[in-house]
Design a protein. Structure first.
Length: 153
């Protein structure tokens, strides 16, 4: 296994694990309550995103198979040629996406728990997806990095 693939998979598993652990803590300790910060600007609390997708009706082996095919596809397409930084970005995107898909499959909605006023709510999976996109965009536009994030060595 090469270094970039190991970095991608590690970032993906870590972001998925942190997301699941944060949702476990919110569901276990807040129990429907909201904790406000800076007046009522920021809050933590369980906010179900109630959009029925039907993913909870899919057999688990189908979802796991699709996820495994995505990982194998990334390997074949060229993860081994990515910069390590961009591999972290892709790992965060995949791990955050897997966390939200896991919610859709297990409880049929995404467990959001971070709120900003009446503007938006999100969870750590969303934060990791956005962070991964920012990292990938930065490595794409960084003039000191190799051409388009591909290490040609």
């Amino acid at each position: 296994m090469n270094r970039q693939f190991f970095i991608l998979v590690t970032a993906m598993i870590a972001s998925f694990g942190v997301d699941r652990f944060s949702k476990f803590l919110i569901l276990s300790f807040l129990d429907g309550q909201r904790v406000f910060f800076w007046g009522k600007t920021f809050f933590f609390g369980y906010i179900p995103t109630e959009i029925h997708t039907g993913l909870s009706e899919l057999p688990l082996y189908i979802v796991v198979s699709i996820f495994i095919f995505i990982i194998i596809g990334l390997w074949v397409v060229g993860v081994r040629k990515l910069q390590p930084t961009r591999a972290v970005g892709f790992g965060l995107i995949l791990g955050g996406g897997a966390g939200n898909i896991f919610d859709r499959i297990s409880v049929d909605h995404v467990i959001d728990w971070i709120g900003v006023a009446h503007v938006f709510v999100c969870n750590l999976a969303d934060v990791m997806i956005v962070g991964g996109i920012i990292i990938c965009l930065y490595t794409f536009y960084d003039r000191t990095s190799t051409f388009r994030g591909i290490d040609r060595t």
